[in-house]
Design a protein. Structure first.
Length: 671
């Protein structure tokens, strides 16, 4: 037999091809299975079979590479295909931007064409299931553990297909033969509901035998029982949401989309309110996970110190400034509590908020696209004015209803420099950016912002005040490349540490985690699910235990308020109106999960996609000098007028080459 590095591939047309093992955070398997091992030998030894399993896991792309193709592994439209982001960089790299400009389609999906690669993972997992009994050296529960991880890996591959492509073909444990006629491989897509139920069932079974938490620093990035349960909670919430749960939104988007083989609707056209109870139960299960009697997950917090600003006293929440977290915000530093999760400051593998996270080269390297030109950056990873305006004032009021204690003003500039929580707010900053909530300062870079860049010893490259006026060094006419400026006047700072620098002697960047799922998502998912239950109660079973769920106002407030307290904001005190609460949850998710790859999916599942995207991209007037800069304008770029809003963008198209091979297949709507 030929000695090769081998992957099993099913691009919906099964075949065997030689390939190179690729290593990522799961495990470095390069020493386990290499060119010295023939394919059959892999299944004669438990060590090699485990390596083969982790090789399947290593085929997933860097989940944090949601920006562009400059780092290997870009895989999804990401923030650039949403209303939270904008850039002038090339669409061949920033393919999410190209997607909404119509540059990518079923004939050319660029790096977003991952349909085949996920089925390669699925076939590799099915190979393990079919040959799991061949090694004779299994001891104890080793085989059970490998099967659980394999089941999780396979379910996660299906999950990724579902999120971007919609309904898919479930292979179950089938291992299709090779080199058969095309009719052998032809089969229709499963319905959306069938796919969700299958993935959730697989994750449930996998979770039974997965560890509750990672055992060492070296295991960071491995999925756990909590990761499986949290993915179920996410899927249950999506499945309950208007786009996929009957009602007017599902009818509007998918009312005419039926399977050609039997006429069934791919997306259910009948509303099922009980799905919200299933989503609540799934989230609650994660919230109640414990180890040795202690909560397994909680929001990340940093204790307040003498640099932490005082909390507002002009709120109607009596607990906010008097109670310790999680019942208030009195004992924490909100800015550090939020920012240190993303900028590499907190040791990522001990963060109790990360249900599943991985070290991400993509996140770290793409900070260069936000960094000022004057420190070796490209200066153009933009955040939109819509996002900036969504951040509340320091006392939790919207900018449209600011208080006298924390006023909002779109005229004038600060006269004094302020420092708080390790953050420096310069004198001369436009008053629009003053008195804002901590997450704003953790996430947004604006004109007159201070960049420490403290790892470099070169004075000319550190402690920079960066401006984006037309004639400034980092502005439209000052940057060496006209595209290397923030067309909206804002850049992403969420993943930037004050140590980070891109040029100068000693310059370095801290490693960055990417949270695939974190506890804040579970809390807001629980609140959203409860909020949508209406006036009825529903009983569902989780892990063999029946629970009844109702629209519990106190539980809704408690879940939302933990996220708000950690952000340094007063909690909500009235949860009586479901529409008001849903609007608050939507705003919280918008700012809390900025550039974490949630927005693309959220506006779709809510049925808000067209309304959200129809609002023009806006920012500051970067085509002007300082005297005219601070006014809301639509960036002067054909990308703003050529941006497409089309219902077909709900899902990526199935690659045309796959459609040609499968006569029974239906393309996604509109493609």
């Amino acid at each position: 037999m030929k000695y090769i590095k081998l992957k099993s591939i099913y691009g919906l047309v099964a075949m065997l091809l030689s390939a190179t093992f690729y290593s990522c955070d799961f495990l470095d398997i390069s020493g386990y299975a290499d060119e010295e091992i023939n394919f059959d030998s892999i299944f004669s030894n438990k060590r090699y079979m485990e390596a083969y399993m982790w090789d399947a896991a290593a085929s997933f792309r860097d989940e944090g590479n949601i920006f562009g193709t400059g780092q290997p592994g870009f895989h999804t439209p990401g923030p650039m295909a949403t209303d939270e982001s904008f850039c002038l960089f090339g669409t061949s790299e920033f393919q999410g931007m190209g997607y909404v400009l119509g540059s990518y389609n079923e004939n050319n999906l660029g790096s977003m064409n991952v349909w085949k690669s996920y089925y390669e993972i699925i076939r590799q997992c099915n190979t393990i299931f079919s040959r799991i009994n061949e090694p004779k050296d299994w001891i104890g529960n080793e085989k059970t553990r490998i099967l659980a991880y394999t089941r999780f890996i396979r379910a996660y591959a299906y999950y990724n297909i579902l999120m971007d492509y919609g309904p898919l073909v479930i292979l179950y444990d089938e291992l299709p033969k090779n080199n058969e006629e095309i009719e052998y491989y032809d089969r229709p897509r499963n319905l959306y509901d069938e796919t969700v139920e299958y993935i959730c069932a697989e994750l449930e079974e996998a979770a039974l035998f997965m560890p509750e938490k990672i055992q060492s620093v070296l295991d960071f990035g491995l999925p756990t029982k909590g990761a499986a349960y949290a993915l179920i909670a996410r899927l249950r919430l999506i499945h309950a949401s208007p786009l996929f749960n009957g009602g007017s939104v599902a009818r509007m988007y998918f009312g005419n989309w039926t399977r050609k083989t039997d006429g069934k609707h791919y997306i259910s056209q009948e509303y099922d309110p009980k799905r919200w109870a299933l989503a609540a139960a799934a989230a609650k299960r994660v919230m109640e996970m414990t180890v040795d009697g202690l909560a397994l997950y909680k929001l990340h917090t940093v204790e307040r110190d003498n640099t932490t600003p005082q909390l507002s006293t002009n709120t109607n929440d009596p607990n906010y400034a008097t109670q310790s977290f999680p019942n208030g915000a009195a004992n924490i530093d909100p800015l550090r509590s939020y920012h240190d999760m993303f900028n590499g400051e907190t040791v990522m593998n001990v963060n109790p908020e990360f249900i599943w996270a991985k070290n991400s080269t993509g996140v770290r390297e793409y900070t260069k696209h936000s960094f000022p030109v004057s420190n070796g950056g490209w200066n153009g990873m933009c955040v939109t004015q819509k996002i900036v305006d969504a951040y509340e004032m320091a006392d939790g009021r919207p900018i449209s209803d600011a208080s006298e204690e924390y006023p909002y003003d779109e005229t004038g500039f600060t006269s004094q420099q302020k420092e708080f929580s390790g953050y420096r707010l310069n004198a001369g900053v436009f008053n629009m950016y003053v008195n804002r909530e901590p997450r704003f300062y953790a996430s947004i870079g604006f004109s007159e912002c201070f960049w420490a860049n403290s790892s470099t010893s070169d004075a000319s490259h550190k402690n920079l005040t960066v401006t984006y006026y037309l004639d400034s060094p980092n502005g439209k006419s000052g940057a060496p490349n006209p595209n290397d400026h923030p067309a909206t006047g804002y850049v992403l700072r969420k993943y930037v540490n004050q140590i980070d620098a891109w040029t100068g002697t000693g310059s370095r960047r801290l490693a960055k985690p990417f949270p695939i799922i974190r506890y804040a998502e579970i809390l807001l998912a629980y609140a959203e699910a409860l909020n949508n239950l209406g006036n009825e109660s529903y009983t569902v079973e989780t892990n063999g235990v029946s629970q009844t769920f109702v629209r519990d106002e106190e539980a809704i407030k408690k879940a939302i308020n933990q996220v708000r307290y950690r952000a340094g904001l007063p909690g909500i005190t009235d949860a009586s109106d479901p529409a008001t609460i849903l609007a608050k949850i939507k705003r919280e998710r918008m700012v809390e999960f900025l550039f974490e790859n949630h927005r693309f999916y959220d506006v779709r599942r809510w049925g808000d996609y067209e309304e959200s995207e129809n609002e023009p991209i806006r920012g500051m007037n970067t085509s002007a000098t300082k005297d005219s800069y601070y006014q809301r304008v639509i960036p002067n770029s054909n990308r703003t007028v050529n941006r497409l809003i089309n219902r077909k963008f709900i899902f990526l198209p199935i690659p045309k080459i796959e459609m040609k091979r499968l006569p029974s297949f239906d393309q996604n709507p509109g493609w």
